[in-house]
Ligand binder design. Structure first.
Ligand SMILES: NC(=O)C1=CN([C@@H]2O[C@H](COP(=O)(O)OP(=O)(O)OC[C@H]3O[C@@H](n4cnc5c(N)ncnc54)[C@H](OP(=O)(O)O)[C@@H]3O)[C@@H](O)[C@H]2O)C=CC1
Ligand SMILES: CC[C@](O)(C(C)=O)C(=O)O
Ligand SMILES: [Mg+2]
Ligand SMILES: [Mg+2]
Length: 337
């Protein structure tokens, strides 16, 4: 059984009297900064000039260049894109760290794959919310929190574990439950989960279902509702009550079809591919590929991004969502913050 921590296990006062620098103000940055501030913690934001800087100022934060924010803080949470972290860390974070400071991450990629090697004199801590950033904020505002993982890579202060829990309390995670892990376990499971299931697996499943229906002559709008829109409603049931809860709510016809057909779609080839993906995550093949892709100008990434945006399901969906104002709140483009 995993070791779980809740509200009573965490002492927020470990962060009181300290300044937390949130470096980056995107999906996770805006959420963690605002949650900590609402929990009574002093937060500054470290950025470069641009869109996020303007947003953080508009949201009432004191915003500084990264090096200045690190100088002011005793706790530094790195919420830059994984692929930018090593360079910013080397140039602007490391020279301004002091012995006794704590450096936090929300994903273990750069520590686990040795892209960042902090000095021995600082704590190195992982607080990884198991949620997209926008929900980290929304759920906190609703009075709850999202689950998070914690890990300690380096415990210079002897208090790194308690500091990790205090940070979790500040962002609301101890309300939902915090699990102790390692940087290795978080990095490997997170990369595997997003590739094989949550992002890669699901989007290919949705597109393949959509394509199968329209190739057979069905209307794209119906294929969209069936394969994408309704997925959220089904996943909501799984989220609230597990697979059994979903199966309780759908018809017996759907439940029977689930048992006999699901395993034909996700059959042995899919499981073999999952094992291969996990191996490439574990042995660093994926990490090397992603690091190289960024060094070489991200051409493959940008071309796949463009192709995916042009897929018919995205065109049909954009039109349908314009009519469903309760779904997109009038937004035409995805919004990051
Ligand atoms: N997205 C998520 O929900 C989750 C993310 N994580 C982890 O959290 C971390 C942050 O990811 P995420 O929130 O998605 O990142 P985003 O891409 O949403 O945001 C990145 C932020 O960093 C800023 N930034 C980028 N480059 C620089 C730079 N050179 N100097 C200063 N600021 C810069 C961007 O500002 P600008 O406007 O200037 O570009 C932006 O504010 C990653 O480690 C990720 O793996 C973990 C769990 C979930
Ligand atoms: C599922 C994607 C994720 O791992 C997350 C939101 O947890 C990410 O890297 O954004
Ligand atoms: Mg994740
Ligand atoms: Mg991830």
């Amino acid at each position: 059984m995993a070791k779980m921590f809740y509200e009573q296990d965490a002492d927020l006062s470990l962060l009181q009297g300290k300044t937390v620098a949130i470096i980056g103000y995107g999906s996770q940055g805006h959420a963690q900064a605002q949650n900590l501030r609402d929990s009574g913690i002093k937060v500054v934001v470290g950025l470069r000039k641009g869109k996020s800087w303007d947003q953080a100022e508009q949201d009432g934060f004191d915003v500084y260049e990264v090096d200045e924010a690190v100088k002011q803080a005793q706790v530094v949470q790195i919420l830059l894109p994984d692929e930018h972290q090593a360079k910013v860390y080397k140039e602007q974070v490391e020279p301004n760290l002091e012995p006794g400071d704590a450096i936090f991450f929300s994903h273990g990629f750069n520590i686990h794959f040795n892209q960042i090697v902090p000095p021995n004199s600082v704590d190195v801590i992982l607080v990884a919310p198991k949620s997209p950033g926008h929900l980290v904020r929304r759920v906190y505002q609703e009075g709850f929190g999202v689950p998070a993982l914690i890990a300690v890579h380096q415990d210079a202060s002897g208090k790194a574990h308690q500091l990790a829990l205090a940070y979790c309390k500040g962002i609301g995670a101890t309300k939902a439950g915090v699990i102790e892990t390692t940087f290795k376990e978080e990095t490997e499971t997170d990369l595997f989960g997003e590739q094989a299931v949550l992002c890669g697996g699901v989007s290919q499943l949705v597109k393949s279902g959509f394509e199968t229906l329209i190739e057979a002559g069905y209307q794209p709008e119906i294929a969209y509702f069936e394969c994408l829109h309704e997925l959220k409603l089904i996943v909501d049931l799984m989220y609230e009550q597990g697979l059994g809860g979903m199966r309780y709510s759908v018809s017996d016809t759907a439940e029977f079809g689930d048992y006999v057909s699901g395993r034909r779609v996700i059959a042995e080839p899919a499981r073999a591919a999952m094992k291969e993906i996990l191996k490439e995550v574990q042995d660093g093949t994926f990490a090397r590929r992603w690091i190289e892709e960024n060094k070489n100008g991200r051409h493959e990434f940008e071309s796949m991004r463009k192709k995916e945006k042009e897929h018919e399901i995205e065109q049909v969906g954009a039109k349908l969502r314009e009519m469903m104002v309760w779904v997109n709140k009038g937004q035409k483009e995805p919004v990051k913050q």
